[in-house]
Design a binder for this molecule. Structure first.
Ligand code: CMC
Length: 374
């Protein structure tokens, strides 16, 4: 019998082979189908990255235009989805409402029962398109307003941002939002992607796999961290406030959201660096005093956490103030993470179905034995 190895939290365990992405921590590179994710964020669009992840290669200009039109054409959401969302308790967490919507979308896809990579790609593009529309309208529908229908005359990110805020972003804002979507699009095997692959490995459909991923992403140790970071910044108020806020929590041995990462551990998440640069540029260009204060607070807390705990920020840390200066409601930060990640999640489901082996690990049993029921 093979040696029994137990690694709590599966730390360092290789759980699958993949040609989609890999975190090369030594070289500080997030490899996505051979490209550096940061190069993609600087030089390409989110729609390009959707093509790269789901179709397997970067589209050229013409192919990008076709894919963008296809996504925008598929972005309309069945009216029943809005009716169902309206029936849910308004206090229900935005990620739980999103989870319900993603699950229900499967019922409107005629191909849902056909589980193979080709159908996964087809359904997956629908999910990428429709998730954006659902996420953008979560607040509006909860407040009893009519959802904004997608406008195919805008670009994919311009339409997404417009549906969220109800106003047209400047070209610089749309570009920043697009970069944030790319930063969130794919990241190897985080908890939500692993959850999706575990579900897909039973030959369950892509909607089921992505519904599980929404549930996973809600947690504050994962996607929920970006909203917690923003709550911390607003509660702390200013630079002195954030220093005090963090010191108090560290003294109580609490975790500070937006810091630390299972894989990067004691290094900066390259995506956090990207969004920090993006935030710095955006608030300087706009002469945005509040944005500049948030940036100074973030930098102060970053120095403090490094000095006190040797910890660095992760993506969620700088994504929070970026979303805030773009005027995005805080309860949509984690749903936007999911909408951006649909591209990576779909790619993983396609790959799982193409080279499937059921996930079924074992346990180290620590309970009693030999008890008698009577
Ligand atoms: N604040 C304070 N201490 C921390 C933090 C933190 N954010 N993160 C790790 N530590 C400490 C932890 O207390 C432990 O210390 P000790 O050895 O003295 O007990 C040590 O660092 C190792 O922590 P761990 O829990 O064994 O590390 P992990 O790999 O299980 O946890 C993590 C990774 C991301 C769950 C954790 O760093 C964390 O809770 N961070 C805050 C939540 C967060 O920002 N999540 C977003 C992650 S990245 C993007 C995403 O996935 O959404």
């Amino acid at each position: 019998m093979a040696e029994e190895v137990y690694r709590p939290g599966l730390e360092g365990v290789i759980a699958t082979e993949t040609a989609i992405s890999f975190l090369d921590v030594e070289r500080e590179e997030i490899v996505v189908r051979g490209y550096n994710l940061l190069d993609l964020a600087r030089e390409r669009t989110y729609v390009d990255v959707v093509g790269l992840l789901i179709d397997g290669r970067l589209p050229d200009d013409q192919e990008r235009a076709v894919l963008e039109r296809r996504l925008l054409a598929a972005a309309e959401v069945p009216a029943q989805i809005w009716e169902i969302l309206r029936l849910l308790p308004p206090r229900m967490h935005a990620m739980d409402r999103l989870r319900t919507a993603i699950s229900t979308l499967g019922g409107f896809d005629p191909g849902v029962e056909r589980v193979d990579p080709e159908q996964d790609r087809e359904s997956g593009l629908r999910i990428v398109a429709q998730a954006a529309t659902i996420v953008a309208n979560l607040v509006r529908v909860r407040e009893g307003q009519q959802p904004l229908a997608p406008d195919p005359s805008r670009s994919f990110p311009a339409n997404f941002l417009w549906m969220i805020t109800g106003r047209d972003g400047s070209p610089a804002e749309v570009r920043v939002f697009d970069q944030a979507l790319i930063a969130y699009s794919e990241h190897e095997l985080p908890n939500s992607t692993f959850a999706a692959r575990v579900i897909a490995s039973t030959l369950a459909d892509v909607y089921g796999a992505l519904t599980g991923a929404v549930a996973s992403l809600k947690g504050p140790l994962h996607g929920g961290a970006n909203e917690a970071v923003m709550a911390m910044l607003l509660e702390a108020g200013d630079e002195e406030g954030i220093e005090r806020w963090i010191r108090e929590r560290l003294a109580r041995k609490e975790r500070i959201m937006g810091f630390g990462h299972r894989v990067y551990m004691r290094r900066m998440d390259p995506r956090a660096q990207l969004l920090k640069e993006t935030l710095t540029r955006l608030v300087a260009e706009r002469g945005d005093a509040e944005g500049q204060k948030l940036l100074r607070m973030c930098e102060r807390a970053e120095r403090l956490m490094h000095a006190e705990k040797g910890l660095y920020p992760n993506l969620d840390y700088y994504a929070a103030p970026v979303f805030y200066v773009l005027g995005i409601p805080i309860e949509l930060y984690t749903p936007i993470f999911f909408a951006a990640r649909t591209a990576g999640l779909v790619a993983h489901v396609v790959e799982q179905h193409a080279h499937n082996r059921l996930f079924r690990p074992r346990v180290r049993y620590t309970g009693p034995r030999g008890l008698k029921p009577a």
